[in-house]
Design a protein around this ligand. Structure first.
Ligand code: NDP
Ligand code: 2IT
Length: 448
């Protein structure tokens, strides 16, 4: 799509020139800029103050060497990143991703999206993201610990409870957060809520583990309810089998739906009777093995090599919850042709722009990541609040706040879509609502 405003085309062109060979970052920026066409018609002051020129440029980018020694005594070197994108409305906040595909372009796309997602939560958190090309898969606990300690030895200079508060993402769960927290505490000699997703014995919040998956379902349920539908009696396909996919499955089942498929980067399982989540938790969370192990426990289920075919399974609702660009135009066409009524993104940017266009044109309800998966970071912000109070809320209290936040995100996105003449387009709605709060704040704070 070409831009109506020459100004937006120019900003996009600059982003491409200044960040060469970073296609995921370009993709994330383009989607937001496209949504802003009607906003700059109404608000020329944003252009005058250079808000959009400034918002696409990270406030600070940190890239560092992470040396560590493997179990064979060999020195390994990875690359670490932290991109502090925008601190207008609060300290930088966002996860750390450990995956071999990580490079600056991935961290920038994630950090950029985090600005608007965090704004949508209604809580005071800015946008940031970090990670490394380290692959925790197949590493011993000792290797993961040594890597995490080395990573934090540098990262600790740049973060802090009121500065920048990292958390988990792909490849970073409770184990990694624990090792990083231990190292931070040792180096800084302070006990603060500098990371979220901490263990429950040292400042973690109840519901944080479940929050992204649960929040995704609360958002989707709200979107379905608005058209007289719900998860009850629905058939659901979820990609991935990590933190987000597991707790989305749990909540779909609680809401009366049936999840029939899950995947990992090797392949997917199909269980027509409904996925037995205890088996998945045992395989993925305890044994750290592949999803194909599932069919050993449930011989009636089927395993297919390769993750592409998962979107050919007939379903009412699809929740892509693995990684970026995992659902393309062809997948979107198959889903729509099979009668799918809603797609909501648990992962960040899992649908390609072509797929989103197909889904919107075919009238499939579409919940974009910034809105649909914001429950994780929102609960991280609730963890920060509890740490500041030196107090902890009950599971029910945190869960009720999470639900409230997701309902409010749905409202903000759908109201913004309506106000700007694109009713039902939650991509536009989420981008506009998330952007406006940050833009107003940047205006108020001057040219910084
Ligand atoms: P996990 O590491 O717990 O799980 C990731 C899952 O996705 C695994 O099943 C993994 O398979 C699969 N996956 C990862 N990379 C690829 C790939 N390149 N191709 C195919 N499958 C892949 O991560 P999370 O569940 O935490 O994260 C999943 C998504 O949700 C990410 O996009 C993340 O950014 C997003 N997200 C996470 C939040 C959180 O709180 N954790 C919050 C908001 C969004 P395998 O094991 O084979 O690699
Ligand atoms: O993409 C995301 O929102 C996350 N990985 C969660 C970030 C957080 O700070 O909890």
């Amino acid at each position: 799509m070409s831009f109506k405003h020459a100004y937006l085309a120019e900003v996009m062109e600059n982003v491409i020139q200044r960040n060469p060979a970073e296609p995921e970052f370009h993709q994330a920026v383009r989607e937001v800029l496209e949504s802003l066409e009607p906003v700059i018609d109404k608000h020329p002051e944003y252009v005058e103050a250079g808000i959009i020129d400034r918002i696409v440029e990270p406030e600070r980018q940190i890239m560092f060497r992470v040396p560590w020694v493997d179990d064979h005594g060999k020195v390994q070197v990875n690359r670490g990143f932290r991109i502090q994108f925008n601190s207008a409305i609060g300290p930088y906040k966002g996860g750390l991703r450990f995956h071999p595909s990580v490079y600056a372009g991935i961290i920038k796309f994630l950090g950029f999206e985090q600005i608007f997602k965090n704004s949508l939560t209604g809580l005071p958190i800015g946008g940031g993201k970090g990670g490394s090309d380290f692959d925790p898969k197949g590493k011993s606990d000792g290797e993961v610990m040594r890597f995490c300690q080395s990573f934090m030895t540098e990262l600790q200079r740049h973060i802090g409870a009121d500065t920048d508060v990292p958390a988990g993402d792909i490849g970073v769960g409770g184990r990694e957060i624990g090792f990083m927290y231990g190292q931070y505490k040792r180096l800084r000699n302070e006990y603060t809520g500098v990371l979220t997703g901490k263990g429950l014995t040292y400042g973690g919040s109840l519901v944080r583990t479940e929050a992204t998956g649960y929040g995704l379902c609360y958002f989707t349920e709200e979107m379905l309810n608005a058209v007289g539908k719900s998860f009850k009696d629905s058939t659901v396909v979820i990609s991935g089998s990590g933190n987000v996919a597991i707790y989305a499955t749990e909540k779909v089942h609680q809401l009366g739906g049936k999840v029939v498929a899950l995947s990992d980067s090797s392949g997917y399982i199909y269980d027509a009777e409904g996925i037995k989540l205890d088996t998945v938790k045992q395989i993925k969370e305890v044994e750290r093995k592949r999803i194909k192990e599932y069919v050993k426990y449930h011989p009636n289920a089927e395993y297919y090599e390769g993750c592409d075919g998962i979107w050919s399974i007939k379903c009412d609702i699809a929740l892509p919850s693995a990684t970026q660009n995992e659902l393309d135009e062809n997948d979107a066409k198959m889903l729509a042709a099979n009668g799918c009524i809603a797609v909501a993104e648990g992962a960040n940017m899992p649908s390609t722009p072509e797929a989103v266009e197909v889904l919107l044109n075919k009238g499939v309800l579409f919940g974009p990541a910034k809105a649909a998966n914001a429950g994780g970071v929102a609960t991280s912000a609730l963890e920060m609040s509890q740490n500041s109070m030196r107090y902890g809320w009950t599971f029910e209290e945190v869960d009720a706040k999470l639900k409230d936040i997701m309902v409010n995100i749905y409202k903000s996105a759908s109201e913004a879509a309506e106000e700007y003449g694109c009713e039902g387009n939650f991509v536009m709605g989420a981008n506009i609502a998330g952007f406006k709060k940050v833009a107003e704040t940047m205006l108020a704070q001057g040219i910084v």
